[in-house]
Write a protein that binds this ligand. Structure first.
Ligand SMILES: Cc1cc2nc3c(=O)[nH]c(=O)nc-3n(C[C@H](O)[C@H](O)[C@H](O)COP(=O)(O)O)c2cc1C
Length: 341
């Protein structure tokens, strides 16, 4: 299955929810949340893509980086390249429901493993969605990560136990889901957390703990203080708060403060292996990808996800050759120029 066919299938299956635009930049779908868009004006989603486009690679060809090494290790797990699948839920109300929740999560878990990486599962107002993710993880011998909504701590800890029970690699909370009205409307209150509340969560498990949705250096430092093993610099793909800064800009500031003290992941607006390279050069240790993988899953289930991820892997490899980067640690800010710096 080639990428054209995958995109055509996805366009048919997601009619009314995603147009599968030539460039997935948040323009056509502004305000479509629930759906695939960014919240209100869509500015946060658009900023993510626009700011990343203003980072340019410095092409170099006189060097010895002939066979770049893209392998990396996160939480004791080695993966072939530093790209994982972001936690996504709501096939029915966000994507049109052509795939059941279980079919979606199976596609991303299996597709990520077959391309040499792993996926995260998400949590939502409909409680069965988290269970679907846990079941998929179980079937994959736990190879994946569970990200739970910022519910009451007792409920989060219950969900952490389920992830531990299936052998998940790590757990975390998408703390930027704190204002999700959709959750409150369905009787599933979420909210911000104090440092003490977060420490209770970190100390409730032996698994590495991830805070997803960190957008400022101050909160990145708090994540280090509470003992989180990783953060995801994320604005939820522009879905939770209109007009936030892009994750590329936030990452650039955050990495200056906490690089080396905590694992830094980033997501939002990453569309190619070249974008992955840019995020690594801005200071990330690894990235997550959301919407392109959704299109892969709807267009071709596991095979579609695998194709999208493998394309990114190949593009990153090419970018490393053409910038003289023989391994991931040699991808740094000397390899890029930044128009907004
Ligand atoms: C349809 C949709 C559903 C999502 N559901 C969740 C979720 O359940 N939990 C979560 O932490 N993030 C969720 N996210 C956010 C993603 O994990 C990720 O941060 C975002 O998609 C990254 O941006 P990108 O799609 O531009 O790559 C969702 C995003 C989309 C588009």
């Amino acid at each position: 299955m080639d990428i054209k066919e995958i995109r055509k299938n996805a366009r048919d299956k997601m009619k009314g929810f995603c147009r599968v635009c030539p460039v997935c930049n948040g323009v056509a779908c502004a305000g479509e949340v629930p759906g695939m868009g960014g919240s209100l004006t869509g500015a946060a989603f658009k900023n993510n893509v626009e700011d990343l486009a203003k980072v340019k690679l410095r092409l170099k060809t006189i060097h010895d980086a002939k066979e770049p090494d893209m392998r990396c290790r996160f939480f004791q797990e080695q993966i072939d390249f530093p790209v994982m699948v972001a936690p996504i839920t709501g096939s029915q109300y966000n994507m049109g429901g052509a795939l059941t929740e279980k079919e979606y999560v199976d596609s991303v878990i299996k597709g990520s493993i077959s391309s040499g990486t792993m996926a995260m599962i998400g949590d939502a107002a409909v409680l069965s969605m988290y269970e679907d993710g846990i079941q998929s993880l179980k079937e994959a011998n736990g190879k994946g990560i569970s990200i739970i909504k910022p519910r009451e701590n007792s409920h989060i800890i219950e969900n952490i136990r389920k992830a531990e029970g299936v052998g998940a690699i790590a757990v975390g909370v998408d703390i930027d889901g704190a204002g999700l009205v959709t959750m409150a409307l369905k009787g599933q209150p979420v909210g911000p957390k104090t440092v003490e509340e977060l420490k209770e969560l970190v100390n409730s498990t032996k698994l590495p703990f991830i805070l997803k949705g960190i957008m400022t250096p101050e909160e990145a430092e708090l994540a280090v203080e509470i003992g989180a093993k990783a953060i995801v610099v994320s604005n939820h793909g522009g879905r939770v708060l209109d007009s936030t800064e892009s994750t590329a800009k936030a990452l650039w500031k955050i990495s200056k403060v906490v690089k080396g003290k905590i694992t830094i992941f980033v997501d939002s607006g990453i569309r190619s292996g070249v974008d992955v390279f840019k995020m690594l050069a801005l200071g990330a240790d690894g990235v997550l990808v959301g919407r392109p993988v959704i299109i892969g899953a709807f267009g071709g289930y596991e095979e579609g996800v695998s194709k999208v991820l493998n394309d990114m892997k190949n593009q990153l490899y090419q970018a490393m050759i053409l910038t003289g980067s023989k391994d991931l640690k040699s991808i740094d800010s000397t390899k890029i120029s930044i128009e907004w710096k």
